[in-house]
Design a protein around this ligand. Structure first.
Ligand code: ASP
Ligand code: MG
Length: 851
């Protein structure tokens, strides 16, 4: 008997890191050992498809060179990390010529865009094949375009960028591929019947895998991704989301269509048609069982999951009395078909037809929308409404669950619902609302429908339960930099901040594990390095910004970030900043009467948060206490009534209350006290749904200092939360997430003995790390070059700045230290680089992230 095919698909994050390739190699080997024939389908490295999508538009302006350089660099870095040398010039040179051509002619076609984007998958698989071969795996690299042909060769953007392929069994292909033991090929790419490169739509590698599985008659299709399965909702937004262990094809299809990100909506039809089981597995946790999608017997009527699709555009068509006319709907939908726009949801009434579509999924550009509207306006009055979100409750016999959904549906009462649709298949109930509402509604619906449900053979653990680091991990025996000493010493640049990604991840996991905190927003002023921001956003945190510059920075750094995951909490900011932030759709916090009283029109019709002063500050230093009479922050307790009146008079809805007592707080009950204070204040504000308890979680700095007991923080919050079930608790830590993950490396320049004192002068100073000078903050300092040497001298560690206050540490015990030694200043990940200055023109420190 011939060996059965099994298809494994690995997404962009899986192929971008060497650890991902470890899983790819192990999974491939396991299938080979079990007598199967693996076909490995890979995406482009994470972010590369986006970069390639931007290449030709950049080339029009002659700005393609940096994009190309960056692409070459990323692949070279991965090759180096995988220990392979691969000449990719046959991949990148045609791309460079394409970009050059576009820069000369100033224009490009959809076909050219398809060719450019296909490069990402081609390059990734070339590196991967070389690596797997070097590991001794019998893998053959195959061009997926020689295997998958699209059904039509048209010239709409959809034909070039989101094309379709047949999923019938293909004996010739199976015979051809059966000549190899194992195959590595690309997702996303195919050829049209004329032989031109075509793409299967963004995220289309899943579809490629399913098509390969269908055409080859594979025994199984595995989708390996960065989450361990399909969850009851997106666990990145709602960490209480539960793993769905088993799903029927139709439920999985419905969920994917409704916006659950794990599986591409087009990947289910091929496997379902051939009854091929599809497994969702997690590349970073290959041991977790994941979700199995197959043919399931009928289960009880229940909501299985909540999905949200952002980026939805609605077309609302007022029928001008044409409704009774035979053929009206045919005319309307004929226009959608002519412009290649695929409609997702429709609702009709006597005088209006509303239809939704997803411009990104269908590669529908603005020009197409304009042309469609022009056509539709011949037969009705049509307008487009952008930036909507479709929230779907998915499950079998959803109608039978309606009577139990009462409290959940009440949430929609005061929201503007643009469209409601209930699928004829009885698998989903969908509400289209403004995109800005989506996150909050999903979180609340999820809590109402799933919190407290027992696990069974279909419903697994929560995301938090699976990923929360045990509390014991909060007190590691030695800091991370002891184990990473060699990599740190290899950093040439000096002074340099070095950040340890896994330590940031661990801190994030600890906060996400808090049962009584619904959402965590990272205060980016602590450290705004783009790689750390992306890491935290990927882990499920939102971000907190205090200036327009920070807002611009986070949206540029994190393409996946939606405004609902961003808080804007400025202080004494000008009027225009509030107006701009509200227009952006982020959560805006007002912390004074002045804006509401003087500029009411800015806030009219908007939801806002208020920052209140709890009347008592806390923290490790007077300068970081951000509440109480002597602090400039927050609305004073006696002004509560006035601020409520001012908000009401302005026509603003106060939906959240916020207080932040200070930083470096170690009393576990502090946040519960803030919650009690805010919940009490909330009685004056009927629309308040969120209490933002601030941050300020203390970090261990000195040896022997106890870590803040997060479990105690959580326990203290429990009773407050149970007393106020309708309020969500948010937190916005900064320092806690990044402080321990960062160190400052400095090089010893000179040593001086003067009187009875010794000075060790390094190339970092108050211009690099201001905290000791500003707050008298204490940072541990060690001689990294002589970490194990006995402590022999007591010295002040000073910088090169012309200030007496330029001291990083007083009277520190260090080994005998020489010029050129590397000193490490610990716990410097927060308020280090972001507070560095150009004082004395000594230049900025370097920054390095270790994964
Ligand atoms: N690389 C393609 C994209 O980012 C396809 C995929 O990753 O599935 O859209
Ligand atoms: Mg995907």
């Amino acid at each position: 008997m011939t060996r059965p095919f099994v298809v494994l698909k690995f997404g962009g994050t899986s192929v971008a890191a060497p650890e991902g390739w470890r899983t790819i190699a192990a999974a491939t080997r396991a299938h080979l050992d079990a007598g199967r024939r693996p076909v490995v389908v890979c995406s482009a490295l994470a972010g590369v498809s986006d970069a390639l999508d931007g290449l030709l538009p950049a080339a029009v302006g002659g700005r393609h060179a940096p994009v190309l350089d960056d692409l070459r660099r990323r692949h070279a870095e991965l090759a180096a990390a995988l220990g392979v040398e691969v000449d990719l010039s046959d991949v990148f040179e045609p791309l460079e010529r394409l970009a050059l051509g576009v820069s000369l002619t100033g224009e490009f076609t959809h076909r050219m865009r398809a060719r450019a984007m296909a490069t990402g998958e081609l390059a990734a698989t070339r590196l991967g094949a070389a690596h797997l071969q070097a590991l001794g795996l019998p893998i053959t690299w195959i061009d997926a375009r020689d295997c998958l042909t699209t059904v039509e060769a048209g010239d709409t953007p959809a034909h070039a960028l989101a094309a379709r392929c047949d999923d019938h069994a293909d004996a010739a292909l199976a015979a051809r591929l059966a000549a190899h033991d194992a195959i590595l090929t690309q997702g996303f790419v195919a050829r049209d019947p004329q032989g031109r490169t075509a793409l299967l739509g963004r995220g289309g590698s899943d579809t490629s895998a399913a098509l390969f599985a269908a055409r080859l008659g594979a025994a199984r299709c595995e989708i390996w991704t960065d989450v361990p399965g399909v969850y009851t909702t997106n666990p990145r937004d709602v960490p209480q989301a539960r793993l769905l262990r088993r799903l029927d094809y139709d439920e999985a299809q419905e969920l994917a269509t409704a916006g659950a990100k794990v599986l591409h909506p087009r990947c289910l039809a091929p496997v379902r048609r051939h009854r091929i089981p599809l497994e969702v597995r997690c590349t970073v946790h290959p041991d977790l069982p994941g979700t199995v999608v197959g043919a399931l017997e009928d289960g009880p009527a229940e909501v299985k999951a909540i999905a949200a699709r952002r980026n939805v555009t609605l077309v609302s068509m007022d029928t001008l009395g044409m409704w009774q006319q035979v053929g009206f709907l045919a005319q309307v939908f004929g226009a959608f078909a002519r412009h290649g726009v695929s409609v997702d949801l429709v609702s009709t009434s006597e005088s209006n037809v509303t239809a939704s579509f997803d411009p990104a999924a269908g590669a529908v550009d603005d020009a197409t929308v304009a042309a469609l509207l022009a056509d539709l306006n011949q037969v009705c009055r049509a307008r487009a409404l952008r930036d909507c979100a479709a929230i779907s409750l998915v499950g079998r016999q959803i109608r039978a669950t309606l009577h139990r959904l009462g409290p959940a549906l009440a949430l929609f009462e005061d929201r503007r619902i643009h469209l409601v649709s209930q699928a004829a298949s009885d698998l989903n109930l969908t509400f289209v609302v403004d995109a800005a509402e989506a996150d909050r509604l999903v979180g609340r619906l999820h809590a109402l429908l799933f919190d407290g449900r027992e696990a069974d053979d279909r419903l697994g653990p929560t995301w938090r339960e699976t990923f929360a680091a045990p509390q014991a991990a909060a007190t590691p025996a030695a800091p991370w930099w002891v184990a990473e000493r060699a990599r740190l010493l290899a950093v040439e640049a000096s002074p340099a901040y070095v950040y340890h990604g896994p330590t940031v991840d661990a801190a994030a996991a600890r906060l996400l594990a808090l049962r009584h905190v619904d959402r965590v927003f990272y205060a980016i002023k602590a450290n705004d390095h783009p790689a750390l921001l992306r890491r935290l956003v990927a882990a499920g945190l939102g971000l907190e910004c205090v200036s327009p510059g920070e807002l611009d920075h986070v949206f540029a750094a994190c393409p996946a970030l939606t405004p609902d995951r961003v808080l804007f909490t400025p202080n004494f900011a000008p009027r225009a900043e509030y107006a701009a932030a509200l227009a952006r759709g982020v959560h805006v916090t007002v912390d004074n009467l002045h804006p509401l009283v003087r500029w009411p029109e800015v806030f009219a019709g908007h939801d806002i948060f208020l920052r209140l002063d709890p009347g008592q500050g806390r923290g490790h230093h007077a300068k970081v206490r951000t509440a109480g009479r002597r602090s400039k922050f927050g609305v004073a307790p006696e002004e509560l009534g006035a601020v409520a009146d001012a908000a009401a008079a302005a026509g603003a809805r106060v939906v959240g209350l916020h207080a932040h007592a200070g930083s470096g707080i170690r009393e576990a009950g502090a946040w519960a006290e803030t919650a009690v204070f805010l919940a009490d204040a909330a009685t004056r504000f009927p629309d308040v749904r969120v209490l933002d308890l601030g941050g300020g979680l203390g970090v261990r700095e000195k040896p022997g200092q106890a870590a803040l007991d997060l479990a105690a923080v959580d326990d203290a919050l429990g009773p407050v939360r149970r007393a106020h079930p309708s309020l969500a608790f948010w937190m916005e830590p900064g320092r806690y997430l990044v402080a321990e993950a960062g160190v400052l490396l400095a090089r010893v320049q000179q040593i001086k003995a003067k009187g009875d004192k010794t000075y060790i002068g390094v190339d970092a100073g108050m211009h690099t790390l201001l905290r000791p000078a500003l707050y008298g903050a204490w940072h541990g300092i060690v001689n990294l070059s002589r970490l194990d040497a006995p402590l022999a001298v007591t010295a002040d560690v000073v910088g090169p700045i012309c200030e007496t206050g330029d001291v990083l540490g007083h009277a520190r015990r260090l080994p005998r230290t020489e010029e050129g030694d590397r000193l490490l200043v610990a716990t410097a990940g927060a308020y280090g680089r972001t507070m560095a200055s150009g004082y004395n023109r000594r230049g900025a420190p370097a920054e390095v992230v270790l994964d």
